[in-house]
Design a protein around this ligand. Sequence first.
Ligand code: NAI
Ligand SMILES: O=C(O)C(=O)[C@H](O)COP(=O)(O)O
Length: 378
Amino acid sequence: MNFLIDENLLAAESLFGAWGELQFFSGREIPRDLLVKAEVLLVRSTTSVDASVLSDAPHLRFVGTATIGSEHIDQAALISQGIKFSNAPGCNAIAVAEYVLAAILTPEVRQGRDWRGKKAVIIGAGNTGSATGRRLAALGMDVCYVDPFLAAGHDSRCFGGMQMIERADLVSLHVPYTQDGAHPTHHMFDGTVLNSMRSDAVLLNASRGAVIDNQALFALLQKEPRTVVLDVWEGEPEVLAPLVPHITIATPHIAGHSVEGKVRGSYMLYDVLHAEFQLTDEKIPLNKVLPQLALEGGRWETEMDAPDFIDRVTDAVLSIYDPRVDDQQFRARGQTPEGFDELRKQYKKRRELSALRFYTESAHVGRLRALGFTVESD
Ligand SMILES: NC(=O)C1=CN([C@@H]2O[C@H](COP(=O)(O)OP(=O)(O)OC[C@H]3O[C@@H](n4cnc5c(N)ncnc54)[C@H](O)[C@@H]3O)[C@@H](O)[C@H]2O)C=CC1
Ligand SMILES: O=C(O)C(=O)[C@H](O)COP(=O)(O)O
């Protein structure tokens, strides 16, 4: 099989190398001459795959994106040409949830809050929203979801309408980008919705930029400061530069970029291809391709009392991932399209919290596990 693969797909050589010839491309556009031979095209979220791409790819049988979001793929065009498709649902849910957790534990966002008993409203109760909700609940927050699609089913979690955000201490967005259907998310947070939030509430967006009307947010923040964390930007890689100084933590769409999340994304496509093409070779287990390297300093021995739980957790979380480092780089180099893409391409090897082994006798083992740490207690 002939593969054409975005060079940012981790572990591609190890996973797909035995199945055929691999060619790699870099950047948002696929070089057209490489499409001619391609039977399998594997991309991430920055490459549009539409009818014009397909018209240059006469042998294409499968398109995969190693991401959760799939609005960059014209699925109707694929169906019309009998080309199979898969995304990688849930691959980086842990990474996104850990981004949110780390962001709200930074002193700049936390502003002395203990978070216990505070109200979190999560918009979108799918993979990333649920993973986030579980971590916020483990901090002691009171978590409710807005998700009209799931609220109508048998999900027993706390669901409510958008009016909940009026009383929320934290609002975190985890919806796909949609422009039609019963509940489109384009500019879901427009000026009216933004103004309905409490002025001391934290707003966080790690979903898609245009879920928030960035001009309306800019207008609001010019009038009064608020605590806002943005990982995604309307029109990225172009960003509304005058908005950036008003944002508490600003990052270049890297919330999902843990090494583990990226490898899981590639692995999910490997899994689907193995089944789709009825390949008979023995499957490579996921743990063979997940990074096995021990984390430097990845051992944390602690006693903790209830009052210092949040401070100990904050130290541990920020020792693994501190979004303020990404924020500094974004402000320095990420506000042009080239800088934005470059930061993402060269992104560090960020590990998930499970890479840190907590040794503790504390009564908080269950909460530490729910936050995502590996915990040993003997
Ligand atoms: N910043 C980053 O690096 C990343 C961003 N994302 C973005 O986050 C989005 C969500 O990811 P997942 O949670 O994995 O997707 P998911 O499909 O598991 O969950 C999305 C949820 O949003 C709900 N939803 C849809 N429209 C809604 C609306 N108008 N109001 C409330 N809820 C609505 C759906 O019912 C679904 O339960 C992705 O589509 C992607 O765009 C995902 C991963 C990484
Ligand atoms: O999974 C998604 O959806 C995302 O937004 C990805 O984390 C973004 O990753 P890239 O494909 O843009 O590197």
